[in-house]
Ligand binder design. Structure first.
Ligand code: BDP
Length: 686
């Protein structure tokens, strides 16, 4: 179906439009400048040929003659044909993944050059041109010099080898089945195309919770299949990574210990890793979840996380690989009665003291917030807190806590808030984006990673509109300055065409969706209130009296977690001066995070002028009503979208409206009973 093609639909363009913009004459011929060692040029040429044929109705001719006529000229900037077209400064500016895209009109020839220092840059440039054509942009005066903001632009799969996907809401794994590789390499290739088209360059194919079977992914018997997967991604410039089990030396190697300082353990990792590289010469490296939620790690041996990460870094270094070490480390067996332990503090408390102790090829992967991908969280204070350590921002595309792809929740605005947050680590302007890319403290490695929302569903993401989140992540990882609006507009045009009504309507729906979801779920930054384990649907006390560190402390007087330095857990003090002061006082703390940082009476008046309790009632009525509204809005597009996608979105929006009403009633009733304060507008609360 149409949904399978996602943002690479390449729908046929209107004939008059093609003529008017001269698309056909520019794109009738593709000249490839020959260059050695440039396998991705073949990919770029194939993508251009197929995309252009699909949009313009004629397959471009291929030619080696760049001397006359009208054509697209693709190749590396070092080749004879492209050499004279740029200067040294430009070549320097685009780095090893960027490109120039430029129209030239000369006496004998007019052409658009797509050039990069590497073939990979050329591939990204080709996808850029295809995007311009598909969204109907003029190309006559094309002049683009572009490069990605960061080195690592990565997707983490939480796929298990039995075929299940942890927190997956789009079917089963596209990689694995019944303990082995599924072997549907065409599907994997289609996926690699979708990734490369938005500039992603790294993928970890297995879950960070590495169970027994997945531990064997680095064992000799599974490496040939790993190599096969890597070769498919390689065609699109994507490096493959594996999540590994810290206890592998025991479970796989038969050693009695996995102690990172034990010479036998170091030797074992060095040998196993060398074998991985024999099969996959450009293997990316290891992704590790250690000492977290029952996973093994260096703590077992009285070592710290620098010891653990450096052990693997040492094994990978000779081969150019990196370790991506997760900071999602906390005590998941803490006592809810003990208000002094605070899960929000954990990552910073563990990792801040280790700043500077990690090897150069280690990157710490830090979730956007200190808790766990809630609908609203402050930014992790490790951004700006770590200054001598490579870091990568971890986001969650899969909608674990944001509606599980049954609810519409376009997450790009949420991510933008995190990325644009000012840590003040080096004074104003020290944004998370700069910390993550490495620019802020001049770190050699950095970037963006996100947990995939992809599965084997025909439309990839379960909810057809959830494709926008995957697309948006890739675009942001490439260029964090893009706005949520720009990305939404672009995605809708690529996915549904450029009918102004469709573009405006779906664009609006996307942009409204996160605020709507937030309104009917957990209020004012307090988080959780979901059913335990699967995390779908309302349950205000679902995580209140268990050991996970996830509390709201609601009683008959008030609600919220006191995380101030003065009277609370001290978490607010993990930030630099300006944000720390802002969060420390209830007066300056932004409303949307108020209950994350403060425990307050229901009668406390927000900046909005409403009391906390009235805010809870109002937003829950409003949110549920707006969820209804989404159904009506979508219905107006009937006839403008193919039936399959139309119906599939409609049925999900209807479910969402129903579940939003459930959220409204459960949350409002709970707080009405707890507080004993009625709704000021006399609305019925059950
Ligand atoms: C949580 C998920 C859990 C993951 C964990 C993680 O509930 O399934 O294993 O994050 O990131 O959000 O390791």
């Amino acid at each position: 179906g149409e949904a399978y093609k996602a943002w690479l639909r390449y729908a046929r363009l209107d004939r008059e439009f093609i003529e008017g913009n001269g698309y056909a004459s520019w794109c009738g011929t593709v000249v490839t400048a020959s260059a050695e060692d440039a396998a991705l040029l073949a990919t770029a040429r194939r993508e251009l040929a197929e995309g252009i044929e699909s949009m313009l109705g004629r397959r471009p001719q291929e030619s080696g003659n760049a001397d006359e006529g009208s054509f697209l000229l693709i190749g590396t900037l070092g080749s004879a044909e492209l050499q004279g077209l740029t200067d040294a400064a430009e070549r320097e500016a685009i780095g090893d993944e960027g490109y120039i895209l430029r129209a030239f009109e000369q006496p004998m020839r007019r052409f658009i050059a797509i050039g990069g220092n590497t073939d990979k840059g050329v591939l990204y440039g080709a996808f850029h041109l295809l995007r311009l054509l598909q969204t109907g942009q003029p190309i006559r005066d094309l002049n683009v010099v572009d490069r990605p903001a960061s080195k690592l632009r990565m997707i983490d799969h939480w796929d298990n080898m039995d075929g299940s996907v942890e927190r997956g809401y789009a079917g089963r794994s596209i990689f694995f089945r019944e303990g082995d590789f599924l072997g549907d390499w065409d599907r994997v290739r289609d996926y690699a195309r979708l990734m490369a088209a938005v500039g992603l360059n790294a993928v970890a194919i297995n879950n960070v919770n590495v169970h027994e079977t997945e531990t064997r992914l680095i064992a000799p018997e599974l490496l040939p299949s790993v190599a096969r997967a890597a070769s498919v991604f390689r065609e699109y410039g994507i490096r493959l990574y594996l999540s590994v089990n810290f206890a592998s030396p025991i479970q796989l190697g038969g050693l009695t210990t996995a102690d990172p300082l034990d010479p036998r353990v170091r030797e074992w990792w060095a040998e196993r890793t060398a074998d991985v590289y024999r099969h996959v010469p450009d293997f990316g490296g290891y992704l590790v979840k250690a000492d977290s939620e029952f996973r093994p790690g260096p703590f077992t041996y009285g070592r710290d996380h620098a010891d653990g990460a450096n052990l693997l870094a040492e094994a990978l270094r000779p081969h150019g690989g990196i370790v991506i070490w997760r900071c999602f480390v906390y005590d998941c067996q803490q006592d809810w009665r003990d208000r002094k332990t605070d899960r929000a503090r954990a990552a910073y408390d563990h990792f801040r003291p280790l700043d500077g102790k990690f090897d150069e090829n280690v990157i710490l992967q830090i979730k956007n917030g200190p808790m766990d991908f809630q609908v609203r969280e402050p930014v992790s204070p490790l951004f700006g807190g770590l200054q001598r350590t490579n870091q990568v921002l971890e986001l969650q595309i899969t909608q674990e806590y944001t509606g599980q792809q049954r609810h519409l929740c376009y997450l790009v605005p949420q991510w933008k808030e995190a990325i644009d947050f000012d840590t003040y680590a080096k004074g104003p302007g020290s944004t998370v984006a700069k910390a993550a890319t490495g620019e802020l403290f001049d770190r050699p490695l950095g970037g963006f990673a996100a947990v995939s929302n992809i599965g084997d569903d025909g439309n990839w993401t379960g909810h057809p509109l959830a494709q926008a989140n995957f697309y948006g992540f890739g675009r942001l990882a490439w260029r964090p300055e893009l706005s949520a609006e720009q990305i939404a507009d672009e995605w809708v045009r690529l996915t549904f065409g450029s009918d102004p009504d469709v573009v405006a309507t779906i664009g609006r729906m996307l942009l409204d969706s996160w605020p709507i979801y937030e309104k009917y779920t957990s209020p004012l930054g307090v988080g959780w209130m979901v059913n335990p384990n699967h995390h779908y649907g309302p349950n205000v006390d679902g995580y209140e009296y268990s050991m996970w560190g996830t509390y709201h402390y609601a009683d008959c007087h008030g609600i919220g977690v006191d995380r101030t330095v003065r009277t609370g857990t001290g978490y607010a003090g993990q930030y630099h001066d300006a944000p720390a002061a802002m969060y420390e006082s209830a007066e300056s703390c932004p409303d949307e995070l108020l209950l994350f940082f403060h425990h307050l009476p229901y009668s406390h008046v927000l900046k909005s002028g409403r009391t906390i309790i009235q805010h809870i009632y109002d937003t829950h009525f409003e949110g549920a009503e707006q969820a209804e509204g989404l159904v009506e809005t979508w219905r107006r597009l009937s006839g403008k979208i193919d039936a399959e996608r139309y119906e599939s979105v409609l049925s999900r929006l209807e479910q969402q409206a129903k579940h939003a009403a459930e959220w409204r009633d459960v949350v409002n009733t709970y707080f009405c009973r707890k507080s004993g304060i009625p709704d000021a507008h006399g609305r019925q609360i059950y």
